[in-house]
Design a protein around this ligand. Structure first.
Ligand code: ADP
Ligand code: MG
Length: 636
């Protein structure tokens, strides 16, 4: 038998330094290691003759070294060049500042190179390719898994370690599924599934392995959730709110008419709240569909029935925004609302806690600071969590445990097709707001290539001159976090000092302290910044009605659902809004995806299409349990 709980440090090639890095990736045991699935694959198996290569394609070539590596200098830059021959063609391999390549190659020997071919005036070039001696078949010559990484560990290293892990377990993993299920669904046996998900020899291997693993994960997940739900259903000791408290008393004071969808959802919530059954409800609605007001109305019902409400938001700025909105609507009903975020003074915090315990606060809005042990309610009756994908089931349970079976309302703006939502949130009942308020303007979306950059920049400048603000989002690729951060910073500096030197430009990224981030967000919100450059940290629902342009760099690197979320940051005010997707790829799928974004503003349609183009594997397989690991993957 193989001990899957074995610490990863006992796996071959893992020393004390690497253990730390692996732990950072949440890999602690052998089990974690073999379950650390690739985020993508590169097919480095298709060998091409140089003569058949096309400019810009990623290929594997074989070439015999015909020179030594030469070294030249261009200012601080060291340039290394090697010429290799493939048939009658010659390719120049180029490296920058990588002096270690200097003595690696022998004239007359054959090497494999995998990288992007560039053809300049009929001459072939490849920059910083992946290479090895022909015949080695370690890093080229086959399909290679690409893992989500952290700084300090390379693809080659993690691949080697995972391979060692797989070798240790292969043949010894016990089958988890009963054989009749394996047969009925033609599922791959577990040992091969783990091996092939990491090291598929062909596409079919990969599909079969993934299918089996996703199947198992879904099955387990769904069984567990069904069990949970059954338990809730049995609970007849939930709180029932006062039937005489009328939601329409608040609704009548709103400056707008609720949409049919909002009313329908409120009715579902009201029924739950009045019944003895515990409410555990997911409120799903596209960005801007008006979920907050629904939560406000439900909170009114709770407070007027004699209970307290906790509203949990993922960031301080969102908590503040909710605080403002809740106060605006509910203060006139003599409802006491307070804000608890980590930046308030100790004294104030102490005072809040005291008043909360005494029942002098009706609604407490805050961040995870609210989860701390010593935050105690007198009579918590309703828990609202916003932007669900930032919180785990555990946190939800933790806040709920501060009351005696309070009702729970989970708000999520991640549009998930209904069937998937049923599975992912199987422990929750689902309400969907499938209609936007009528005053919403469509956000015009354009997908553009590099050649449009100047026109785009002058368009942005014109909008800012008219008083608007602009977001520019860059993706983070986990391959090399530090370098990516650098690229955000560099882009920001360039825009700040050159392109948009007339304007106030700031940037924001995930590595900054929460306080700094909040400060910059606040400056943007209050109009003190014209252009905000950031990684995806702005994704959550911050409302800046004056911003009307969302530019997304390297849009091809984002999932459609994420693009849609980002786009939802604009179009929140009275101004015509635009989303510009900058992309750099000739892939058909990418173009198809961009087209969908330009064609529709409906999050659910987008989610369905995304599912079609990517397969459900991405919803569950990796994104599901990876979501805490890197900023790009907080898809669900
Ligand atoms: P989200 O669902 O993304 O959280 P919000 O609740 O932030 O959306 O609502 C976005 C904006 O729309 C808010 O300014 C809110 O006051 C407004 N709003 C909500 N419902 C309606 C409605 N029925 N008619 C007009 N405006 C509405
Ligand atoms: Mg919101």
């Amino acid at each position: 038998m193989v001990d899957l709980k074995k610490q990863v440090q006992y796996v071959k090639n893992v020393g004390p330094n690497r253990v730390k890095l692996l732990n950072k990736l949440n890999i602690n045991t052998l089990q974690d290691l073999i379950s650390y699935f690739p985020r993508s694959y590169e097919n480095r198996g298709i060998l091409k003759k140089l003569i058949n290569c096309v400019e810009g394609e990623e290929v594997l070539i074989t070439g015999v070294a015909i020179t030594k590596v030469s070294e030249t200098f261009a200012g601080k830059l060291k340039i290394y060049k090697l010429m290799v021959r493939d048939g009658n063609e010659i390719c120049t391999i180029i490296w920058y500042n990588q002096s270690y390549v200097k003595n690696l190659f022998k004239i007359g020997k054959s090497y494999n190179f995998y990288g992007k071919i560039e053809i300049k005036f009929g001459k072939y070039e490849m920059k910083s390719p992946i290479f090895e001696e022909t015949g080695q078949n370690k890093n080229t010559g086959k399909i290679v898994p690409i893992y989500p990484l952290t700084y300090g560990i390379t693809q080659n290293t993690i691949r080697k370690i995972i391979e060692n892990g797989i070798n240790e377990v292969y043949g010894n993993l016990e089958e988890t599924l009963p054989s009749y299920i394996l047969e009925e669904h033609k599922l791959m046996e577990i040992n091969n599934a783990f091996k092939k998900i990491h090291f598929p020899e062909n596409k079919e291997d990969f599909s079969k392995a993934r299918y089996r693993l996703v199947f198992e994960e879904l099955l387990t997940f769904q069984l567990a959730l069904l069990k949970l739900k059954e338990n809730y259903k049995k609970e007849e000791y939930g709180l029932s709110f006062n039937k005489n408290v009328n939601m329409s008393d608040v609704i009548n004071t709103l400056p707008f008419k609720l949409t049919h969808a909002q009313l329908k959802v409120l009715e579902e919530i009201d029924n739950d709240l009045e019944s003895k059954k515990n409410m555990n409800r997911l409120l799903q609605g596209d960005v801007g569909s008006g979920k907050t007001v629904v939560a406000e109305i439900a909170s009114y019902k709770a407070v007027k029935s004699g209970y307290q409400v906790a509203v949990l938001a993922p960031t301080a700025i969102l908590a503040e925004q909710h605080f403002e909105n809740f106060s605006k609507l509910l203060n006139k009903f003599n409802i006491k609302i307070e804000l608890l975020i980590s930046s308030i003074t100790k004294k104030k915090k102490q005072e809040l806690k005291q008043r909360l315990q005494n029942g002098e606060i009706d609604i407490l809005i805050g961040t995870h600071a609210m989860l701390e042990e010593d935050v105690a309610f007198k009579n918590l009756g309703l828990v609202v969590t916003d932007e669900q994908h930032r919180f785990g089931v555990k946190q939800r349970a933790k806040i709920a445990s501060k009351g005696n079976n309070p009702n729970v309302l989970v708000m999520s703006a991640t549009p998930i097709p209904r069937t998937l939502a049923l599975i992912l949130y199987g422990d929750l009942d689902i309400s969907i707001i499938d209609e936007l308020p009528p005053n919403r303007k469509k956000i015009d979306t354009f997908a553009v290539g590099k050649q449009m950059e100047e026109r785009l920049n002058s368009f942005i400048a014109k909008q800012i001159d008219e008083g608007r603000q602009c977001y520019i989002v860059c993706p983070l690729v986990e391959e090399n976090e530090e370098m990516d951060l650098q690229s955000v910073v560099e882009l920001a500096e360039k825009l700040k000092n050159e392109t948009f030197s007339k304007y106030r430009v700031e940037y924001l990224h995930g590595k900054m302290k929460q306080k700094e981030k909040d400060e910059i967000m606040l400056k943007f919100k209050t109009g003190k910044i014209d252009i905000l450059i950031s990684t995806t940290v702005i994704e959550v629902g911050v409302d800046v009605p004056n911003s009307n342009i969302m530019v997304i760099e390297n849009a091809e690197r984002f999932g459609l659902a994420q693009l849609h979320q980002l786009r939802g940051r604009v179009g929140r005010g009275e101004y015509k809004s635009y989303c510009i997707l900058k992309f750099n790829s000739r892939s058909k799928v990418v173009q198809e995806r961009m087209k969908i974004m330009c064609k529709t503003n409906d999050g659910f349609v987008i989610a369905e299409k995304d599912l079609e183009l990517r397969g459900s594997g991405d919803f569950f397989g990796t994104a599901q349990h990876r979501n805490t690991r890197n900023e790009n993957c907080k898809f669900i």
